[in-house]
Design a protein around this ligand. Structure first.
Ligand code: DGJ
Length: 575
């Protein structure tokens, strides 16, 4: 089970803030001894879990890899009367999972009095549509601010102090060092998870986001008397074990990075403690999303959300919040190089890649292929509902069916085979690329083969054959453009894509003196647990590479070779 697979560092047991996790951990221990757990009772589905093997990751739902083809509702769509406008967009998108806020102010408007009626309604409606849920716990921190905390929290600075600026003034964000805030947030989150445990034995809810884009802008860390004392005290053991660090105070351990790393530790510990409280009730996968530090350009903490799980402090988050299964990027950068860099920062041996938010404008659908090519467990454009709100210029001005269509197309490519793709993403080699901004050719090293992916091609022939400028002008310029390849065996691949061409070549070192011939190019669809044959592609459909358009097409491609010359014909070559 999940808890037994998860590595829990020894220092975890020592953390005073983790005391609330003890019931969950004790249940892990009994599980390891083979005592049946509630979650495996006959009438309950297996608990969703994140599993990792050989640097690959999968989200298991009902015991099998599951790919989150996600939709994220707008921030204020978490009320029953908004749900119709949410579901119609989810349906147009073909999403199998909805991320939607559950706000602290909504469930605990009066301290100690809980109202989960929205949760209950949401579960009923999601099940009617066969859509899974990822609730976003908007607790003490939403985009760093306390706006979603109930009035009894956000208006009571004496009990729930704000961060203090170096000049002694109050900052807008609450302090993650406040034990009172942490305990109140954790209590509310635990009540939510207890409720879920009672009403969701089938696990319509497959994982939970804890808080939303934590950290702080325009400040690097808290300067309250408590913060100053902790900053000068010895760092926790897990922190001085960080690469390049030494034991001592934060400045002694981390030098110039001390302020930001201290804040990352403070926020990670806070989110970890809230997650632990929830897991003690129901041990679902949990993660924290990130307002990114620019992936390729220098930026100072505070210009981005200091203390959030930005790429430079992922190791600190891993050490300080082992309760979280992963940290995820919210990617609103529309340049192909920046997007790839952000994905690379979060696709790690020790971190499952989940694109928890991304833009809805026409530049973003293509990045689905890049995320899948890096083994992502899911992808989710933000603001995909018809509430009338658009987060332009990060996303589309208004989210309409037309805006959603290219995302829907990419989801449909995997569609009924999404479970099978999820298995391949976890167990096999997968490659994916979108059209880069400069339209340059991309290559995949498939082992014995090299694949070449090109863009703005016609389905027929080579552009060089038709130099007439009038003809050349008719290049596609498609924005949603990319290819995804998964290995079935050494010379057989599952291939899909949109508005792109893929060609293959034998690798000269692996298959010397050989040339490509397609053995079989079969168009297939996933149906009833297997790939069903629809037709062969041959002739014009294969003579100029495999050309994907705006059709939903999946190919099972078996590659073969023939000798390039008489000389090679005389000696046998393994195929
Ligand atoms: C990122 C946040 O996580 C979302 O809740 C939302 O505020 C978007 N930004 C808006 O672009």
């Amino acid at each position: 089970m999940r808890a037994a697979k998860r590595k829990i560092p020894a220092s975890f047991w020592l953390r005073a803030t983790m005391l609330s996790a003890l019931p969950a951990l004790m249940s892990c221990a009994t599980q390891a001894q083979g005592i049946p757990q509630l979650a495996t009772r006959a009438n309950e589905a297996p608990l969703p879990e994140i599993v990792s093997r050989d640097g690959r990751h999968a989200l298991l739902v009902d015991g099998e890899p599951f790919l989150v083809l996600g939709a994220q509702a707008n921030n204020s769509s978490n009320y029953p009367f908004m749900l119709p406008s949410v579901w119609s967009a989810v349906e147009d998108l073909g999403a199998n999972t909805l991320q939607i806020p559950i706000a602290w102010e909504q469930v605990e408007p009066v301290e100690g009095e809980f109202d989960f009626s929205f949760v209950d309604e949401l579960l009923i409606q999601a099940r009617e549509r066969n859509v899974r849920l990822v609730p976003l716990w908007f607790g003490g921190f939403k985009n760093t601010s306390p706006h979603y905390a109930p009035g009894w929290v956000k208006l009571d600075n004496a009990r729930f102090p704000r961060m203090i600026r170096p000049d002694g003034g109050n900052h807008y964000a609450l302090s993650p060092l406040s034990e009172e805030l942490r305990a109140a947030d954790a209590r509310a989150f635990k009540a939510f998870m207890e409720h879920l445990k009672a009403v969701d034995p089938q696990h319509t809810v497959i994982m939970v986001q804890v808080e939303n884009e934590v950290g702080v802008y325009e400040l690097v860390r808290d300067h309250s008397p408590l913060a100053e004392r902790l900053f000068r005290a010895d760092v926790p053991l897990t922190m001085c074990q960080q690469p390049g660090a030494s034991c001592g105070s934060w400045p002694e351990a981390f030098g110039d990075d001390a302020d930001e790393f201290f804040n990352a530790w403070a926020f990670a510990s806070y989110v970890g403690a809230v997650a632990a409280a929830g897991q003690s009730a129901l041990d679902l996968p949990m993660y924290a999303n990130t307002a990114l530090r620019h992936p390729t350009q220098p930026q100072k903490p505070g210009e981005y959300a200091s203390g959030g799980p930005t790429h430079n402090v992922i190791a600190i988050w891993k050490a300080a919040a082992p309760e979280l299964d992963f940290v995820s990027p919210d990617i609103y950068l529309s340049g192909s190089e920046d997007y790839a860099a952000a994905l690379n920062h979060y696709a790690r041996q020790d971190n499952a890649l989940f694109v928890s938010e991304t833009g809805t404008s026409e530049l973003f659908p293509r990045f689905f292929f890049d995320a899948m090519g890096r083994g992502a467990i899911g992808f989710s454009p933000f603001g995909t509902d018809y509430s009338g709100y658009g987060n332009y210029p990060l996303g589309a001005k208004t989210v309409t069916k037309d805006v959603i269509a290219p995302f829907a197309h990419n989801y449909a490519l995997l569609g009924t085979g999404a479970r099978e793709w999820a298995r391949l993403l976890f167990e096999s080699d997968v490659w994916g690329t979108s059209r880069p901004d400069d339209n340059s050719v991309r290559q995949f090293d498939l082992g014995d083969w090299t694949a070449r992916v090109s863009f703005d091609e016609w389905q027929f022939g080579e552009k060089a054959w038709f130099p007439d400028p009038a003809v050349q002008k008719d290049a596609s310029g498609y924005k949603n453009s990319g290819v995804l390849v998964a290995r079935l065996d050494e010379s057989q691949f599952l291939v899909t894509g949109t508005n792109a061409r893929i060609t293959f070549q034998p690798d000269e070192a692996a298959l010397p003196g050989r040339k490509l011939i397609f053995d079989r190019v079969e168009e297939v669809e996933y149906d009833g647990g297997e790939w069903k044959f629809l037709r062969m592609w041959n002739g014009d459909q294969t003579d100029y590479g495999l050309n994907f358009t705006d059709r939903v097409q999946v190919l099972r491609v078996t590659l073969g070779t023939y000798p390039a010359s008489d000389e090679t014909r005389s000696r046998p070559v393994a195929q």
